[in-house]
Ligand binder design. Sequence first.
Ligand code: PGA
Length: 246
Amino acid sequence: MGEGAPLVAGNWKMFKRPSEATAFCAELAPRLAGIEGVAVAVCPPFTALPAALAGLVGSVVRVYAQNVHWETEGAFTGEVSAGMLVELGVHGTVVGHSERRQHFGDTDSTVAWRARRATEAGLTVIACVGELEDERVAGRTEEVLERQVAAIAGAVVERGQLVVAYEPVWAIGTGRVATPEQAQQAHEFIRGLLDVPILYGGSVKPDNALELLSQPDVDGALVGGASLEVESFAAICEAAARSSRS
Ligand code: PGA
């Protein structure tokens, strides 16, 4: 574990309407009241950001977006700028999630631009990297990570606001979690390229969180499926708090 408390961020993806976000936050805030030794964030869809922000006022849980554009404004239909998020009160944003890279054309360059503009606007950025299964099988994991991390490192000046999430694509939403050794190996490699907090993501659940989070170079978790229920998300946050005490 590096400096500082671990971060557990819940990536809701395209789940939860504003009303559902309100109900979730009303349960989550008291559930995590008083938790120490862990930083917690939720990443709702854009439409549920105001509901989450309102529902988490006074709570330890911060609110992040799932994506952000690199221009301040303009003819970019369907995109949202960093300034728009800042004005809402959003604390940070995810960029470069593998689903954005796979389905929406994000590249190392666009991910780097998004990360740069968001940090310039004062947002904390969780920048996602990770190899495809074919790339791992072909022994190309480190080459892929090096390319993805270099793009982000080259673009972001404010390293204090940058977090990397290592998410092996074959472990996302599949239930096939990386072994703690595989996660540690990749995190150690990334740390050698860029010394910022590094979250692990990919099928993190209450029953595997503590072991993953106890690895020396795992500084937190980016949680998809298990972040959609208060009980499983809170259990992962508690595991992270325990890992920071041990
Ligand atoms: P998962 O998703 O926990 O459902 O595997 C992780 C992510 O995509 O961030």
